[in-house]
Design a binder for this molecule. Structure first.
Ligand code: HDD
Length: 695
């Protein structure tokens, strides 16, 4: 090959130059160098193409098979690599390697997801978020496959296919995509009172997280930790976000979906790129049988929480996500999370939802990834132990579709005595180090039953609603009105109102008013509904994890021709100093002439970066530019939305006419530029009743 080659492209003989020294030689998948990647092999320049063209056939053949079945749920996901660091040893409670020593680090891969939508759906529907963590411990992989909500819709895994069928797009019409606001979902929910607690969470701001970094995560079920003496302690896992809890407002969420369907994936990518690594603390609620028996609910019921006020969360570690995957498909798509994958020191409780999950996930990987060897894909492979055969697992399992390893020797069975003859003998079990199932006492008749202790479906739904801030209660009521307004079958709405009466009379009345419907009699309850002590720890707004800060937040600064360079510089410096990240947004991005004669390349264009995409807004305009922008709907909407979404607005005098046109009224959050960085640290919930009617 020469150093520089002229290549002929397909379009009419146009040529382009490349230097071969810059690139390795392109090959087929079986390694043959390719001489021409632009043209099929033809019989004559205008003749038919030839079947013998392996270069073309292989390329198209591979392309035709590039997709694998998407996940039946949680198809839309984004992930990152990072590490878990033990900050408090749990050595007395569990032998799990990752919890032994303070400071010990374990690699993780964490995937966040929505539940209902397909892989290409939006990042921001109203939906539960998956929060799945794969810990590559030295004793094997542990998958903690949780959600951003600590309870679930159903108590028994046999109802999972029904729940998901009802939630996903309707079978005949193929819509709605990624939305629960439709007949079949609410039909199922109205007939499954056990879902009521989860529905309170699903209709709350929890299902509208601002970013992945602003979500809590939960293992949901009760698990076991098992120590050296074989003693079991029950545990519930909690992830607490360092960036604090933050959600969007429904109107904002809807607009984000249009402005940037990849909003949360982009945020994760950019956040990690900036070095603003998403971080969570791992907390545990530890308890024994006696505590479990003292509670007015069953800890094996996944529709129940243990309020933090009753049993505090003890922080034992932190997770930092500091590396975005190199390749979306190889890592994020092929990652297989399997709740039955635990390591010594971690075990299961009898929660029937958890028990059902222990079957489902391996099963689904077989159809999704197509092989019993899915554990050999680099993202799924254990990293803990290097074995004699050079892989982190060693056993006598062999062969199968897409076997990547070539285990040496004849010892594909156990026991064998080949080592005595100097041959490879393979691995053996180790009762002292191997996984031991907790030997719990079990007895009873084989029957398909729900325990009596699972019968109370409303007390914790009530607990949740009554624990909320008034602003959050209004959001829940409004979300119910919105969703039920999209239900076309009247009897389903009536059934839901009847269920809501068991949660809280005021909530039911507000929703009925919002629907302009009469309240039906309450639905029958299988157990008395208790007035449990409210749990303020469940709040986002004015709750313990609401953070007033610029750290991890993005500030949008609207500028245009003639913007005062000094004012702009000061605002940007103040935001940076407070730990925030600012972007300049202008009608034209290439070069914005500033007041001092300099030209600034704006980060984003006005139409492409509506104010819903940022956390707080500054508007710095010259008198002339402001006059022009009064005629630009996108600019007026930019400010109007910032106000309507309860964000801080900092502005100079020149921007006042735009604020007036956008209907901005003076309040605590509308400030001059000097006060902006401080004001931008929070949302102004008290403004909400002025800008929208809520149920
Ligand atoms: Fe599930 C995926 C979380 C109940 C069956 N589930 C999946 C994922 C998360 C959860 C986060 C995506 C993992 C990833 O990022 O790849 N699922 C939960 C939680 C549940 C739950 C927190 C209740 C507490 N799931 C549940 C039940 C069943 C399943 C009861 C079936 C009996 N889930 C699946 C699945 C998926 C899945 C069909 C789809 C793709 C996959 O497993 O790998 O097997």
């Amino acid at each position: 090959m020469t150093d520089s080659t002229v290549r002929t492209t397909g379009n009419g003989g146009e040529t382009h130059q490349t230097t071969d020294a810059d690139h390795p030689v392109l090959t087929t998948n079986h390694g043959t160098p390719v001489s021409d990647n632009q043209n099929q092999l033809k019989a004559g320049p205008r003749g038919p193409v030839l079947l013998e063209d392996e270069v073309y056939r292989e390329k198209i053949n591979h392309f035709d098979h590039e997709r694998i079945p998407e996940r039946i749920v949680h198809a839309r996901g984004s992930a990152a690599h990072g590490y878990f660091e033990c900050t408090e040893s749990l050595a007395d409670i569990t032998v799990a390697d990752l919890f032994q020593r303070k400071g010990q680090r374990t690699e993780v891969f964490t995937r966040f997801s929505t539940v209902a939508g397909g892989a290409g759906s939006i990042d921001t529907p109203r939906d539960v978020r998956g929060f799945a963590v794969k810990f590559y411990t030295r004793e094997g992989n542990w998958d903690l496959v949780g959600n951003n909500i600590p309870v679930f819709f159903i108590q028994d895994a046999i109802k999972f296919p029904d729940l998901i069928h009802a939630a996903k797009m309707e079978a005949d019409r193929g819509y709605p995509q990624a939305a629960t606001a439709h007949d079949t979902f609410w039909d199922f929910i109205s007939l499954m009172p056990e879902s009521t607690h989860m529905i309170m969470w699903a209709m709350s701001d929890r299902t509208l997280p601002r970013t992945f970094a602003n979500m809590e995560g939960f293992g949901v079920h009760t698990f076991r930790l098992i120590n050296q003496e074989g003693k079991s302690t029950f545990v519930k896992f909690h992830w607490k976000p360092k960036a604090g809890l933050a959600s969007t407002i429904w109107d904002e969420t809807v607009k984000i979906s249009g402005a940037d369907p990849d909003f949360q994936r982009r945020d994760l990518f950019e956040r990690i790129g900036r070095g603003d690594y998403p971080t969570w603390e791992l907390g545990v609620q530890l308890f024994d049988e006696a505590f479990a028996n003292s509670q007015p609910y069953d800890v094996l019921d996944a529709t129940k929480i243990i309020p933090e006020e009753v049993l505090p969360v003890k922080i034992v570690g932190r997770m930092v996500l500091d590396r975005y995957p190199d390749n979306y498909f190889a890592e994020t798509e092929q990652a297989a999370f399997v709740p039955s994958h635990v390591v010594p020191g971690i075990g299961f409780s009898n929660d029937p939802l958890l028990q059902g999950r222990l079957f489902s996930y391996t099963d689904t990987q077989l159809s999704r990834l197509g092989s019993v060897n899915f554990h050999q894909l680099p993202i799924n492979a254990a990293k803990g132990r290097a074995s004699a055969v050079g892989c982190p697992f060693i056993n006598q399992q062999r062969d199968g579709h897409m076997q990547m390893a070539a285990p040496k020797g004849r010892a594909n069975y156990e026991p064998n005595s080949l080592a005595r003859a100097g041959e490879l003998g393979g691995a053996r079990e180790d009762p002292s180090k191997g996984y031991v199932t907790f030997p719990s006492d079990e007895e009873g008749q084989k029957r398909r039953v729900r325990p009596e202790s699972f019968a109370d479906h409303y007390s914790q739904a009530r607990l949740f609603f009554r624990s909320m801030d008034p602003a959050e209660q209004a959001h829940i009521a409004s979300a119910l009105v919105f969703e039920l307004s999209k239900v076309s079958l009247e009897h389903i709405r009536v059934a839901m109102l009847a269920n809501l009466r068991n949660v809280d009379e005021e909530l039911a009345t507000r929703v009925a008013d919002g629907l302009a419907m009469e309240l039906p009699p309450p639905s029958p309850t299988a157990a008395p509904v208790l007035d449990m002590e409210p749990s303020p720890a469940l709040r986002i707004i004015r709750g313990p994890l609401e953070r007033h800060t610029l750290e991890g937040r993005t500030i949008g600064i609207l500028i245009a021709d003639g913007t005062d360079a000094g004012e702009l510089k000061k605002v940007m410096a103040a935001v940076t100093q407070a730990g925030g990240h600012s972007i300049t947004i202008a009608p034209k991005v290439g070069a914005v002439p500033l007041s001092d004669g300099s030209k600034l390349k704006a980060d984003a264009q006005l139409f492409g970066q509506p104010s819903v995409t940022v956390d707080a807004c500054a508007v710095i305009l010259s008198d002339d530019a402001c006059k022009n922008l009064l005629k630009e709907g996108a600019a007026v909407q930019w400010v109007m939305d910032a106000f309507g979404h309860l964000k801080a607005i900092g502005h100079n005098a020149g921007a006042q006419p735009l604020l007036d046109k956008a209907g901005v009224e003076l309040d605590e959050g509308v400030v001059d530029l000097g006060a902006f960085a401080k004001a931008a640290t929070k949302r102004y919930w008290d403004r909400e009743p002025k800008v929208r009617t809520l149920a």
